[in-house]
Ligand binder design. Sequence first.
Ligand SMILES: C[S@@+](CC[C@H](N)C(=O)[O-])C[C@H]1O[C@@H](n2cnc3c(N)ncnc32)[C@H](O)[C@@H]1O
Length: 245
Amino acid sequence: MDDTCHLYTDLAWLWPMWGDAATEYARYGQHVTGLIRRHAKRPATTLLDIGCGGGKNVLNLKREFDVTGLDLSPVMLAQAKDLNPDCTFLQGDMRTFKLGRTFDALLMDDAISHMNRRADFVAAFRTAYAHLNPGGVLVATPDVTTETFQQNKTSLTSATRDGLDVVFVENVYDPDPADEQYETTILYLIRDQGRLRIETDHWTLGIFSLDTWKHVLHETGFEVHEGRYNQEEEVYTVFTCVKTG
Ligand SMILES: C[S@@+](CC[C@H](N)C(=O)[O-])C[C@H]1O[C@@H](n2cnc3c(N)ncnc32)[C@H](O)[C@@H]1O
């Protein structure tokens, strides 16, 4: 099955309904802020959110930092700007962007899953490193690692807004656990005033072991600190990576 990209293009208007920015993302923002404050070897005032999507993390981090968001999708960037008119947003590919400036802190959250080949994964961290000030901190949170992946796991989220009832059905499946990819398939059940429309997305995402994460981050030049973050029943690994040089 070919990959699609509706959630970041024609169906991007659904993204604000899939997890509330002000409430559901707030605790993660506090966690990221705490890690940066604890590990930074310089005062941290500027932060770049790499793969900022609709700007939900930006909404929570901008209370503490001067935040810039970067994303590949112009539609997601427009949404992020609507939510955060006071922040700067730039279009770029996380593997190759060159902003000509550096930041005290970087965040790489769920967007890193889209690095589905080892070369892209490595390139994303090298590019991030080049945009970090010495003594600065990158916080990177894998959605899944080989150790936490649950075959055929299916999650449901329901949301209602402005006469729309939407259900997000998300299934993850790894057809070949020996390689570094897995599939996410999403069904969108969209009822507008009760009339049903069904849309789908299918993504090939990257999955790496904890050892691979640590190896790649270390080879990039970072001092790596591994921690955990709990959200509902999920436990995420969080890497806090310091640019010591
Ligand atoms: C799930 S969204 C991120 C949502 C974000 N955490 C938020 O706070 O709203 C994933 C994002 O990754 C972006 N993305 C995918 N590949 C990318 C790449 N190569 N470079 C930059 N962004 C990319 C997509 O455009 C999408 O907006």
